[in-house]
Design a protein around this ligand. Structure first.
Ligand code: TYD
Ligand code: MG
Length: 454
């Protein structure tokens, strides 16, 4: 039999390469490329065309419930990110930096599911049972009917799970699991893929939901969650800034619900607490409007979230001025600066620009463009924007403002939080009256003229 070709995989981003290199072309990380021995194919069935592979008319499936039955944990922020609850037979990957709170979140969620009658097994490959129990005690979950196991051998885990047939199994973490038929160290790309493959197959075979914890890794020895993203139904990332207590659970892929949905939590002494009104949280330490700040009425998943965009513009001592961005896309900042210069005649050459989203949220919507431009202009001119004003709108390269979706939701949320005016692109579909006074503006130059009298 021909030898299977050797492939090389980046442990950080999961990209495949034909040959080894010191640096991954796809993500730019150094020393992350690892040899990836493909799993040997399953033994071929004796003859092609045997009855092994059966098909089923699609219409036969119509009699079953079109919406999969879901189990809710009662932790709303968690259920919403899953798309409304846990779907049986689904494989869910929960990625995040080490120490961000993945084990805490999943222990709380598992206990909540167990208290609602689901049979749950929590398999820890990192902590001893006593440690998990201690944590559960501290979180007030020690009485929840969750079964614990500490195990890293995949064969033993599958035996346990086959015997228990749980509704939900948690594997903490996928990097500590090892399959003895695979000849490489735990944590390698091959091992992590093999473990994810076996556990996903188990989920489909038995109808159990399986949640895999994956640490995001910086060094190349251990494969990160990116290498198994394509195998699972749902990919969630648990993110947050070290200095902040806020944690955001974000769905980046979901076969059973909207992607881009977020759940907001706060890390407290008693574990993770739900934050039901994130806008109030992200705007909480806002005093009188200062130059360089603008409030963006955004949408995260299905929910409106208001955030403060902060900018600082200062003369640069450097030949190439600094452009530092936290929580927004650096490429969009460059575009916005270029449009301000080319279409409105406002140069930023020779000026350092720092841009930040308050509270540690990451904003990816193009609708944030107008608020970003407003914060930049306000910082540059040293003029505060009107108080009680929110902004949203996408800026096109011509300088025109483009309407964005869900205008009514954005306005309603702003009104609820005590804002009274909104600046929006012309031709926005306003929907039902919300009590907000909306100024509709056609392009960025008009906005600059009206707001800063330039
Ligand atoms: P953990 O869930 O172990 O992180 P991960 O599984 O992602 O590696 O979380 C560890 C951090 O959470 C640790 O720094 C302590 C903090 N923490 C609290 O602040 N309060 C708590 O109640 C718990 C359980 C943890
Ligand atoms: Mg952990």
């Amino acid at each position: 039999m021909a030898k299977a070709p050797t492939l090389f995989t980046c442990t950080a981003c999961g990209a495949s390469h034909q040959k080894w290199a010191g640096r991954c072309d796809a993500c730019g990380a150094w020393n992350t490329i690892q040899e990836d021995t493909p799993l040997s194919a399953a033994p071929a069935s004796k003859s092609l065309g045997s009855v092994r592979g059966k098909t089923l008319p699609l219409s036969d499936l119509a009699s079953t419930d079109p919406e999969p039955p879901r189990a809710a944990s009662g932790i709303d922020e968690f259920d919403r990110v899953l798309g409304g609850g846990l779907v049986p037979a689904s494989a869910i990957l929960v990625g995040g930096d080490p120490g961000i709170g993945k084990s805490t979140l999943l222990l709380q969620a598992t206990a909540a599911f167990a208290r609602r009658g689901l049979s749950c097994v929590y398999i820890s490959g990192e902590e001893a049972s006593a440690q998990v129990r201690m944590r559960a005690q501290r979180l007030g979950l020690a009485d929840a009917p969750v079964k614990l196991a500490t195990e890293t051998n995949l064969r033993d885990i599958l035996t346990t799970l086959d015997a228990e047939k749980p509704d939900l199994a948690i594997i903490d973490s996928i990097q500590t699991m090892w399959a003895d038929q695979v000849d490489s160290a735990p944590g390698s790309v091959t091992q992590v893929r093999a473990a994810a493959h076996e556990l996903t197959a188990f989920a489909k075979r038995r109808g159990s939901a399986v949640m895999l914890v994956g640490h995001v890794t910086k060094e190349g020895q251990i494969a990160g969650p990116r290498v198994v993203e394509h195998m699972v139904d749902t990919v969630l990332y648990f993110e947050g800034e070290r200095g902040h207590q806020f944690r955001i659970l974000r769905a980046v892929k979901n076969r059973f619900g909207p992607a881009d949905e977020i759940g907001v939590f706060e890390m407290t002494g008693q574990g993770l607490a739900e934050v039901r009104n994130p806008s109030a949280l992200f705007l909480s330490d806002r005093g009188e409007p200062a130059p360089g700040t603008a409030v963006f009425a955004g949408i995260e998943g299905t929910r409106p979230v208001l955030t403060e965009i902060q900018a600082l513009v200062a003369p640069s001592p450097l030949g190439t001025p600094r452009r530092t961005v936290v929580g927004l896309d650096a490429g969009r900042l460059s575009t916005t600066l270029a449009v301000l210069e080319a279409r409105c005649g406002i140069p930023f050459a020779g000026l350092d620009v720092f841009l930040n989203v308050a509270g540690g949220l990451r904003v990816t919507e193009p609708a944030a463009d107008l608020a970003v431009a407003a914060a930049l202009l306000s910082a540059r001119e040293d003029v505060a924007l009107a108080p009680n004003c929110v902004l949203f709108g996408e800026i096109s390269l011509s300088g025109a403002l483009r309407p964005v979706g869900q205008t009514e939701n954005r306005l309603k949320e702003a009104q609820k939080l005590g804002f009274s005016t909104a600046i929006a692109p012309a031709n926005s579909k306003l929907g039902a009256p919300t009590g907000m006074s909306v100024r509709q503006i056609a392009d960025l130059a008009a906005f600059v003229g009206e707001t800063f009298g330039a």
